[in-house]
Design a protein around this ligand. Sequence first.
Ligand SMILES: [Zn+2]
Length: 256
Amino acid sequence: MEPKIFESHAHYDSEQFDEDRHELLMSMPEHGIGTIINSGANWDSVTEVVKMAAKYPFMYAAVGMHPDEVGDLNDERFEYMRAQCQKEKVVAVGEIGLDYYWDNEAHDVQKKWFIKQLELARELDLPVIIHSREAAADTMEIMKEYGKGLNGVIHCFSSSKELALEYVKMGFYIGVGGVVTFKNAKKLKEVVEAVPLERILLETDCPYLAPTPYRGKRNSSIYIQYIAEEIANIKGVTYEEVVAQTEQNGKDLFRI
Ligand SMILES: [Zn+2]
């Protein structure tokens, strides 16, 4: 079968897609997109991503609460989330982690729910999608203590290549998004150079973080080719190799 793009991180429940969501998603196959992981983030998405995965054959869901949103969680809602994680086509717990950039929630609250969601993934034998922004040290500390033996991806990786390689050693994948196409993204280009292609996943994080030449515009999975092209350039391999290997990586990690 011809390799197709595996988009490992998108937010199609975002209101930024309200006007053209269905048409846009129906056009994905003709743009060479074979699989999309629609990632949970806020409380509404815990329900919505499961519904959307049931509607679109190429779409799968991750259920979880983003660190900026964990203030909306409580024990009862956590039980609902556990049930949602066991629905059909839910392939990961995510996105979960720490965000000290927006700092929407107190750090101890972020840590508490991050750890609880890691434990949920372990209990249900699901991989995790990790969000870490300006919180590299605390994220690693928690992953070392509570993430041992789990599989997953560090999405939109934004730290050093040393840290990327440490995660790779722990068995994790590195999610590379549109930032890699930015001229000033020296650090991320070094990460891509250092991390084996067998450990890289393509992602857009759409509607956010559109790659060059669409920087600042609404992002969607059809722009993911610019990310794959940049990775091919950096690693000195063909575009087709990047698409084929990252598709295999995505299928392996999410067991699709
Ligand atoms: Zn995201």
